[in-house]
Design a binder for this molecule. Structure first.
Ligand code: EAX
Length: 328
């Protein structure tokens, strides 16, 4: 069982800077996320709530719904589209069916360091992606991070692609992730995040992959004995607003939400990274066996999974991939 209370050791929520924004009307934002209250994402949302409530002088109220209680990533997005939910921040991966270029972020081993992800997300490419995702009833206003994904399973230590043979791995609802695990020799199956804990507990799947902080905050370590520090994909969170709600907001409040989303994204990434090593250690302390890979072992995964780049190059755009690789 989990002992340490990670939340208490998270970097504190910063003070709010910025003037009060005067505009007409009172508004309520229900903000739903898939990860639970003890994760970095929720901490970021608390900061967002504080900024928005304080700078709107209480005229915008934010209510937080963690742990997929209002639905998983895809369900929350469709609630935004129909206008029954105001905000959510899903992993980009389940949205690839709507925004094909988001497949960029699912390419294995694309970002060698978090700073490269920052440069891409906070630069022109990230801006273009936000604009492209601002359609179909959605307005995209910022980036945060889920982070580097790590493999866990209930069967055995994994240090090579060969060790994956026959392992049933849950993936996000995303065709690139399916391709990755098939190419590596595992037996992947897509599944909603909301169903994942039970599926692991009941042995419907043997394993899954998520960042350490999400593994801990969802208690997957209680039903998974083995983990591999694979860092195989870096997953961003994208901050989305319902377009129906957005269009009711005065422009000054729209601008306030944009600023708050940017500040949340910076802070949440800081929290996520500051917590990463500590949480990995807490997972070890809780009894999880974590396999760290040597550079040669990482290379074996990278070489085996390389064909995935060719399979998705046309959909993503070769130039875009080359541009990102040039940043690295
Ligand atoms: O909202 O589905 C998953 O594995 C993710 O971590 C989820 O997007 C979190």
């Amino acid at each position: 069982a989990l002992q340490a209370n990670a939340a208490s050791e998270m970097p504190p929520i910063p003070d709010i800077s910025g003037d009060v924004v005067q505009a007409d009307g009172d508004f309520k934002i229900k903000f739903s996320i898939g990860t639970t209250e003890s994760g970095a994402q929720y901490r970021g949302l608390e900061y967002f709530e504080k900024i928005v409530e304080q700078r709107s002088d209480g005229h915008i109220q934010v209510e937080l719904f963690p742990g997929a209680q209002l639905g998983d990533d895809l369900q929350a997005v469709s609630a935004l589209q129909s206008g029954t939910l105001e905000m959510t921040a899903p992993s980009t991966s389940p949205l690839v069916s709507m925004f094909p270029k988001f497949a960029l972020f699912d390419l294995p081993f694309l970002f060698p360091r978090p700073e490269v992800a920052d440069e891409v997300l906070d630069g022109e490419i990230g801006q273009q992606m936000l604009e492209e995702a601002s359609t179909n009833g959605l307005v995209a206003i910022g980036w945060a991070e889920n982070g580097y994904r790590q493999l866990t399973n209930s069967q055995q230590a994994v240090s090579s692609p060969e060790d994956l043979a026959g392992l049933k791995i849950r993936t996000m609802q995303n065709p690139i992730h399916l391709d990755i695990w098939r190419t590596l020799g595992a037996n992947p199956t897509p599944m909603s995040f909301a169903e994942l804990f039970t599926a692991l507990e009941q042995g419907v799947v043997d394993g899954q992959e998520n960042p350490w902080i999400t593994i801990q905050s969802s208690k997957f370590n209680e039903v998974q004995d083995y983990a591999t520090e694979s860092n195989h994909v870096y997953t961003p969170f994208i901050t989305l607003v319902s377009e129906r709600f957005w269009n009711r907001l005065p422009a000054d409040y729209q601008q306030l939400l944009r600023e708050a989303a940017t500040q949340m994204g910076e802070y949440e990434r800081h929290v996520s990274r500051a917590m990463n090593d500590q949480i990995k250690q807490e997972l070890v302390d809780s009894g999880m066996q974590i396999t760290e890979l040597t550079p040669e072992q990482v290379k074996a995964f990278q070489e085996k999974v390389a064909p995935v780049y060719d399979n998705w190059r046309d959909q993503i755009g070769g130039e875009l991939i080359d541009e990102v690789r040039a940043v690295s």
